[in-house]
Design a protein around this ligand. Structure first.
Ligand code: 6GU
Length: 242
């Protein structure tokens, strides 16, 4: 998979050299290039923003540098790139969206700052490639950089060959629309708290049932919205009884 990131703060992306993302890059599964938007400015001040039409607070990113940046990255796209724009005004970024983006051969992330990017950049880009405006959640960040780090991590760990254990992908929170059950390791007693007896019983049938019940309970308590969205066909008879 190829990732291009356009930003006025390339330094934000140092963490992409670390850990499993760094390893995926080193092993050739992932090709990441960080681009400084100011490369595509032509004035001495390397201006990327201006005041908003219609008035209001803050600044808006001017379209010209973004247009040139996407022109420069588009030939590499060969018509197969998707533009991803992080914005609190976007559609929710979920595990499902992460899976969809992980199936793409090439993503271009456009990191906006200030009040956002001139809408014509996205409208024009949409005549050339698919465009997704996505939000991490209902809160506001200074800019798209941290959101892109989050999305890259969620996407890259889904690429075949990046995680050692494919089972951990199938079992984790959100894989089946439920939150994951609590987990424990040794020692069996710690500071007066005990590992649930059932997990030490060796009875794999009862353990699976217990984990399923804990998942349902947690989801009901913490994320009733997820329970409401669950496909009833994925519930079994003992779920309904519980
Ligand atoms: Cl994706 N970007 C920005 N700038 N703020 C956000 C966000 C994204 N998601 C939540 N807040």
């Amino acid at each position: 998979m190829r990732l291009d990131v356009v930003t006025i703060f390339p330094e934000y992306f140092g963490p992409l050299d670390l850990s499993l993302i760094g390893k995926a890059r080193g092993s050739g599964l992932l090709d990441v290039t960080i681009h400084d938007l100011r490369t595509w400015t032509h004035d001495v001040h390397r201006t990327v923003d201006d005041s908003p039409y219609g008035g209001g607070p803050g600044m808006v990113m001017r379209p010209e540098p973004w247009g040139e940046a996407l022109d420069a990255l588009a030939p590499r796209a060969e018509g197969r790139a998707r533009l991803v724009v992080p914005t609190p005004a976007g559609a929710p970024f979920t595990q499902k969206v992460a899976h969809e983006l992980a199936a793409e051969p090439h993503l271009i992330f456009a990191c906006g700052r200030y009040e956002g990017i001139d809408q014509r950049v996205l409208d024009h880009a949409a005549t050339r490639m698919p465009v997704s405006e996505v939000s991490l959640g209902d809160y506001v960040l200074f800019g798209g950089e941290v959101a892109v780090l989050v999305m890259c991590e969620a996407i890259v760990r889904l690429l075949p060959g990046v995680l050692g254990n494919a089972e951990s992908l199938a079992e984790e929170s959100h894989a089946n629309g439920l939150l994951e059950a609590p987990v424990y390791t040794k020692p069996p007693q710690w500071r007066g708290h005990e590992v649930p007896e059932i997990l030490r019983s060796g009875d794999h049938g009862r353990i699976a049932r217990w984990r399923r019940d804990q998942s349902l309970l947690r989801t009901a308590q913490r994320r009733p919205d997820l329970l409401a969205d669950l496909d009833p066909d994925t519930l079994d008879k003992r779920d309904v009884a519980a």
